[in-house]
Design a protein around this ligand. Sequence first.
Ligand code: GLU
Length: 446
Amino acid sequence: MIRTRMAPSPTGNLHIGTARTTLFNWLFARKNKGEFLLRIEDTDLERSKPEYEKDVIDGLRWLGLGWDNKEIIRQSERLNIYEAYLKKLLSSSKAFWCDHTKEELEEESKKQRAKSKSPRHICSHKKEKRNSGQIIRLSVDENSDKKIRFQDVIRGKIEFEENLMGDFSLAKDLQTPLYNFAVVADDIDMEISHVIRGEDHISNTPKQLLIYEALGMNPPIFAHLPLILGADRSKMSKRHGETSINEYKKDYLPEVMINFMGFLGYTYGKEIISKEEMVQELELEKVHKSGAIFDAKKLNWINSQYIKKLSPQEFKNLANVPNLPNEAVSLVTERLEKLTDVSNFDYFWKSPDYDSELLKWKKFSLKDSKKSLEQVEKIVSSHNFKNKDEIRSKLDDLAKEIGDRGLVYWPFRVALTGRDKSPDPVDVAYVLGKEKTLERVRLALE
Ligand code: GLU
């Protein structure tokens, strides 16, 4: 059975990288009719916080990336499992207690660096059987000429020298596992078949492979996703976007985030695609190797495409504008990239408030605007609001008479909307209806 997992550490909010990795794991599991599990890696007690766990879980739920484990799996609730694995490694002398002090370790790495060797601890007493010490380490052969190899689904063959690993740490004590060890214990226990995660974890993989070997277990298949880069090609950071997926909620549809994140490292056959369609298309081998650029413009464009397809009621609920008239919805959604920008169309549900100077058109005076609006008022009051072409041609005739189109349409627009940008004022007038249109034109005249 194919089984993937997402293993976020609740030491921060759900950011785009974690959400993207979750999506790929979710898609791959669905594609193979397997399972996708969520595990909270909260062994770092100082930095893990319940509010971050909540942010992660809320965000994944919003995105519709559900997991197949009924109860949330937390590392902090599995300490006995790690202890059992550690005891196994200690009793077979694959792991040992080490009590070199911090100072001794620093001294050692200083000497290694001086000889241009990569710093690692090679413990002098790893053959001794001890029952306690500062820390538990894996015993690694410093004279090995073996290579640690694995075939990454995305990146192909990857290898590391075993003798560069050193006797790396597994746990602070029997109940305090460290990252590399806890991940392996959990992935074995949860029978994970594929570990799909960010490229930043490649360097952890050889250590994890040595732990699998020491435990006599077969490792899973690894697939390392490309990093997400900002538009300037530097590593994605707070500067490039929101720090939590939940901050996208107010402006973007969850389907949009999924559509957008699907392309962070993959090219699907069409630009607007649902996660069900991605499930059909995704092939892990075709994930890109090079960094995926986070393009905020593309995100906005995808959002605008989804917004256009919403029904009036769906849109009004999502944008939280119950008072927007249904007839205005398409005028708004055709022009919207982000949901909160709906506030630029508030004249559809409340009277505009603007500075009268705005009624002035280019080189003309306020008086000129007034004269033109007086004619507009006459046209509107004699119009029955049944035929847009008819009122348009009357306004166009007026424009010809005055000799400037803007002098007719600009003050009319401002009177109705209080803004310098809006849909065609005739369209706006038809949504507002005759009464409100006249009211606003008259208010402008005053
Ligand atoms: N807790 C790790 C992280 O958040 C998970 C790494 C992994 O997937 O193995 O980066």
